[in-house]
Each structure stands twice: as structure tokens, then as C-alpha cells.
Design a protein around this ligand. Structure first.
Ligand code: ZN
Length: 282
């Protein structure tokens, strides 16, 4: 293997990336030699571990370039890293996410409760319906940056029946139905994060990933991820369907977390990333 006479590379690594759930976020890979323009690399190996860890090996046609990179690609947009090559050269890797991967997909975002139905109410008076709408509206903004067809079952503080919610999804022949809730319990010590899905494999994969992410954001304990078609919107929607319960409004500690606008934003971003990962085009 020939040693490089030039020590710096700039690599734009945008990888064609299949995902665990069978959806896909599209990336392409180009590698640029300093002063020599773009070369055409051969991507040798890229693979995925848990959770969202990818190892990349790229070999250029002149034989010497070896890029070994490993990192968390759970939020790959504009991610940048530098790695050593042969102990001396430097490669800068920038992950750029394409935003058109939801082209043609119909995503229903269901903010639980509303209007005369407040949902769970916390000791500070915070209402579940306000949390669900806030996260749903922020998720809508993110999804609207893509080519997805986004449907909110409610976009204001109004009562919408469970049947209406499911009907909206079915009439639109949605590709994914996401219901946003927060938990409630008579015992204020009840706490933790749980996610339910309709029993389908794709919804299960989404549920497992979003559960992990929500626990990371909130610092809550894991309660369960379960198929539960007894929940009306999970049993009566034709699309793969997931219902999230990030935390308990009735738990004073978790109520504070759920009220926090920065946390709401993080939850919306995580939902957005997981929708692209699991329901984006291959
Ligand atoms: Zn609820």
C-alpha cells in the first residue's frame, strides 16, 4: 500500500444507509483529496450496531485510502468528525441528511385529548392536552420541512373523538399514525416511560427506538414497550400505529420535565428523526 504524499483529505460522507426498521435515510459518499478534487471512493463496509452505531470503511481506487470511522449516527444531520488515517492524515467527515425522504408519505400526528377532555392533570395544574399539542405542533413544523403529507388530528384546543382520529388516518391511507400522550395515575409516585404499538413489526421497531430516546431525554425509568390493540387508536387505525407516554403528568418531578419547552422540543426532534428512520423511503 502506497503512503500518501498529501496529508489532508476532506471527506463528505453521506452514506446510503438502510435502517433497522426497513425505512431509510439516504446519504451519499464522496471523498475529496486536498488540492485534487473529488475522487470516487469505493465504500467497503458499513454496518450498524446498537444503538445507531455505524462503522465505515472506505477504500479509494488508488488503493491507499482507508477510512475507519465509527460513531453514533442517531442524529446524523451535519454531524462532523475527524479521524486519523495511517496515523497521520486527517479526514473530516460530514454527514448531511437529505430531507426529501418522506416524499409521498402520509404521517398522522395525533395530539391526545383536547377541549373538554384535559387528559391527566398534574399537581401544578399542568394538563396533558397542552403537552400533547405542544409536541405535536413542533413535530408538525419539523415534518413540514420534508415532502411528507402531515395530518394533525387536532391543531388547537378542541375535542376530537377517538373514532374521528382513527377515521382521519384511515381516510388518508396514512403510512404512520403517531399518538402523543402523557401518563396519569392516582398515585403521584407512579413514574416512568412507556410506549405502545399496534402489534405490527414496523411500529414495534419505531416503539423500541423512541422509547430508548425518550428515556435518554427525560432521564426517566423504563416501564414497558408493549403491543396493545385495546387502545382505540392502535386497534382501529390501518396504518402502523404507536402511542407514546413519555412520563407522568401526575408525578410532580415528571410534570416539571413535561412542562419544559426545551424538553418538548427535544422530544419532537427525536420523533422526527425516528419517523425518517423508520418510515422514510429506501
Ligand atoms: Zn392520554
Amino acid at each position: 500500500m502506497k503512503r500518501p504524499s498529501w496529508l489532508f483529505l476532506v471527506a463528505l460522507l453521506m452514506l446510503a444507509m438502510g435502517c433497522i426498521g426497513g425505512g431509510g435515510v439516504q446519504y451519499t459518499l464522496t471523498v475529496e483529496k486536498q488540492g485534487q478534487g473529488t475522487i470516487d471512493p469505493t465504500v467497503g463496509i458499513y454496518e450498524y450496531g446498537e444503538p445507531h452505531v455505524m462503522t465505515l470503511t472506505a477504500t479509494a481506487d488508488d488503493g491507499w485510502i482507508f477510512v475507519g470511522w465509527e460513531g453514533d449516527v442517531s442524529s446524523p444531520a451535519n454531524q462532523e468528525t475527524t479521524v486519523a488515517v495511517d496515523g497521520q492524515s486527517v479526514v473530516k467527515a460530514v454527514f448531511a441528511q437529505q430531507v426529501s425522504t418522506l416524499d409521498g408519505r402520509t404521517i398522522v400526528v395525533d395530539a391526545g385529548h383536547g377541549g373538554r377532555d384535559p387528559g391527566a392533570v398534574g399537581t401544578r395544574g399542568y394538563q396533558e392536552k397542552d403537552f400533547t399539542l405542544s409536541v405535536a405542533r413542533q413535530l408538525e413544523l419539523l415534518l413540514n420541512t420534508t415532502d411528507a403529507n402531515v395530518i394533525l388530528t387536532r391543531s388547537g384546543d378542541e375535542f376530537v373523538s377517538l373514532a374521528q382520529r382513527a377515521n382521519m388516518s384511515n381516510a388518508a391511507q396514512a403510512d404512520f399514525f403517531l399518538s402523543i400522550h402523557a401518563n396519569g395515575h392516582n398515585n403521584p409516585e407512579a413514574s416512568g416511560t412507556e410506549t405502545f404499538y399496534d402489534g405490527s413489526w414496523r411500529a414495534q421497531q419505531f416503539a423500541l427506538d423512541i422509547q430508548k430516546d425518550m428515556i435518554g431525554i427525560l432521564g426517566t425509568k423504563h416501564r414497558r414497550v408493549e403491543a396493545w390493540r385495546g387502545l382505540y387508536v392502535l386497534g382501529n387505525t390501518q396504518a402502523p400505529a404507536v402511542l407514546i407516554e413519555p412520563g407522568f403528568v401526575t408525578n410532580p418531578t415528571e410534570e416539571l420535565l413535561l412542562m419544559d419547552s426545551a424538553i418538548q422540543e427535544e422530544l419532537a426532534e427525536s420523533l422526527y428523526n425516528n419517523i425518517i428512520r423508520h418510515f422514510g423511503k429506501k
